[in-house]
Write a protein that binds this ligand. Structure first.
Ligand SMILES: Nc1ncnc2c1ncn2[C@@H]1O[C@H](COP(=O)(O)OP(=O)(O)O)[C@@H](O)[C@H]1O
Ligand SMILES: [Mg+2]
Length: 304
């Protein structure tokens, strides 16, 4: 298994600063590593150039990408370019998409996650009638808005949280802010989710967003590979005790490597917040990268 990281935009022989620690940790753990010049893919749509520093392999080599989120079509372009060098991304473009877009995997997690509806961007008109119609099932409950991939959680009151789904003024203000601020970066369409009051931890030191008791689980071939509290690395003993209850839903996700994020509902159960591809999901800020790659190395089966 070879792990591919983004190269520094300034020097394509060095890892991107944001991934330098992971790059070293992966190497130390026994993985072969390589660099991708992502700007060539993302800005110039030239996937072949992005991977040109990687040697062509004689026999197929499985690869795992650890880097910034890619749009599914970019992931597919990367996969195609790598294949020409006998390098194979460990998740197919289909499974990347399956966990990247909430509507794709929602049916697998629906019993454990806040009720959600979605609206592709082409179906949204300036009157917002389609939005009001889509969120009618939520009645007067609070909801949150995000796109198929990301929220603007750090702009909680302006572009994420809607206190009353029946209040059209509120809905319009928050959704319009969300659309304006996502701009060209909007992923596919809007997702509206029932707001569930979560167990409070503290306020985010920069954005002031309320932080909740949340956990990120990296799942390798259906089994938890690395478990950590989300906002800063650590363990939550109560969560560790219930993790086993999610074995079946984890095994049902059509991806060999993904993340499942959990949160503790206030006076309620642990719920699933979202999934992500394990290749592009970030580690918690102060996570021990050596531990992460050590676990991954053992999960993969040890070969470098
Ligand atoms: N349905 C919900 N009810 C309550 N809080 C939520 C809900 N969905 C998300 N959140 C809060 O908003 C944050 C961002 O939501 P998330 O779906 O993880 O989007 P992102 O992809 O931007 O991380 C979560 O970490 C959680 O704190
Ligand atoms: Mg999240």
């Amino acid at each position: 298994m070879k792990i591919l990281f983004p190269a520094s935009p300034l020097n394509d022989r060095q890892p991107d600063e944001s991934y330098a620690e992971e790059y070293e940790a992966a190497r130390q753990s026994g993985f072969a590593v390589g660099l991708i010049h992502l700007e060539e893919l993302l800005l110039n749509q030239d996937a072949d150039r992005a991977v040109r520093r990687l040697p062509v392999e004689e026999n197929p080599v499985e690869c795992l990408y650890r880097g910034w989120m890619l749009k599914p079509y970019e992931y597919e372009q990367l996969d195609n370019a790598l294949r020409k060098r006998h390098l194979h991304l460990m998740n197919s473009p289909e499974s990347y998409r399956h966990v990247h877009y909430l509507p794709e995997s929602y049916r697998h997690i629906s019993a454990y996650t806040p009720a959600s509806v979605w609206l592709p961007i082409r179906e949204i008109t300036s009157s917002f009638e389609e939005v009001y119609e889509a969120i009618r099932p939520f009645g007067e409950q609070p909801i949150i808005v995000k796109d198929y991939v990301k929220s603007r959680k750090h702009e909680w009151l302006d572009a994420c949280y809607i206190p009353n789904a029946a209040d059209r003024e509120q809905v319009k203000r928050v959704v319009q802010n969300f659309l304006d601020r996502q701009g060209e970066e909007l992923n596919e369409g809007l997702v509206f989710r029932q707001f569930v009051e979560l167990e409070f931890l503290e306020h985010h030191e920069r954005s002031g967003m309320p932080l909740s008791r949340e956990i990120r689980v990296f799942v390798w071939e259906g089994r938890p590979m690395y478990v950590s509290t989300y906002w800063s690395a650590g363990r939550d003993e109560e969560f560790d005790e219930v993790l086993g209850q999610f074995a079946q839903v984890m095994a049902s996700i059509q991806s060999r490597f993904f993340t499942m994020d959990f949160a503790k509902a206030k006076n309620g159960p642990w719920i699933v917040l979202e999934l992500g591809d394990g290749q592009t999901a970030g580690l918690p800020d102060d996570a021990d990268a050596v531990e992460f790659y050590g676990n991954l190395y053992r999960a993969v089966g040890g070969e470098g």
